[in-house]
Design a protein around this ligand. Structure first.
Ligand code: BTN
Length: 249
């Protein structure tokens, strides 16, 4: 098992509304980055204001930090976190088989959704107050398929797909260690190597996918993710770069 990384704090709660809300509360008095983990969230949330169910034994965690750089640079940490999640699953199970990253920031296992990431931040314009990287991993149990919206990837759990039982505490240690490694790489070399590593693990690269926002739908061949983290699709109308959307296969 990995060691807890130097320079990162740990804050464990039995129950909280959301570890993302706790991040906003503790950010003003933090000396350095802190991992928050809750055994139960009463108001866990996912992307696009969806509720996030976290049955007992799953990981509900948020890394909160005050990074330097612009908000756009800080947001690229969703890719850093996705890579860390991928490596933490490999460390926990001993295998990478069936694992893939779905743009912008889900982890798939055997085609189902194993984990999701939600970034939130405070501050405005060029100034970033805090960045919170919320991470939910279905370690023990996947939410019931009925709670997932139609057309979305089915949820799966690590236990059901691999037979490997990992506690949230064990998994968080692997995740924190992997995150610290990729964060160092990101700070030292920028987004370039992170982007390439992410593309190497990308689901459906080169295939036709559909990107939906609240207002529009774009279908095209998944060509790449650009230097800004945008999804690039090759469509009948040409190359389209998409900053935010939900992807459907
Ligand atoms: O895929 C998604 O929609 C993102 C899910 C993020 C869930 C995690 S659980 C820990 C943190 N606290 C929250 O309320 N949400 C994130």
């Amino acid at each position: 098992m990995s060691a807890w990384p130097d320079g990162y704090g740990l804050h464990v709660l039995e129950e909280v509304d959301s570890t993302l809300d706790e991040a906003a509360r503790i950010a003003p008095r933090m000396a350095g980055p802190v991992w928050i983990m809750a055994r139960r969230q009463t108001k866990g949330r996912g992307r696009r204001a969806r509720a996030w169910a976290d049955p007992a034994g799953n990981l509900s965690s948020t890394l909160v930090m005050r990074p330097e750089g612009t908000p756009a640079q800080a947001a690229l940490r969703s890719f850093v976190a996705a890579l860390a999640l991928f490596d933490a699953v490999v460390a926990a199970t001993g295998r990478a088989q069936g694992l893939a990253l779905k743009w912008p920031n889900d982890v798939l296992l055997n085609g189902g959704k194993l984990a999701g990431i939600l970034l939130e931040s405070s501050g405005s314009g060029q100034g970033l107050g805090h960045l919170a990287i919320g991470i939910g991993v279905n370690l023990a149990e996947a939410p019931a398929p009925e709670v997932v919206e139609p057309g979305a990837v089915r949820p799966v759990s690590l236990l059901s797909e691999t037979g490997v039982a990992v506690t949230p505490d064990e998994f968080l240690t692997e995740l924190a260690a992997a995150y610290a490694r990729f964060e160092t790489q990101f700070r030292t070399h920028g987004f370039g190597p992170i982007r390439l590593a992410w593309l190497d693990r990308a689901a459906r690269l080169g295939e036709v996918i559909t990107a939906r926002t609240g207002r529009s739908e774009t279908t095209g061949t998944f060509e790449t993710v650009d230097e800004q983290g945008n999804l690039v699709l090759n469509t009948a109308e040409g190359r389209v770069s998409i900053p935010a959307a939900d992807i459907y296969f």
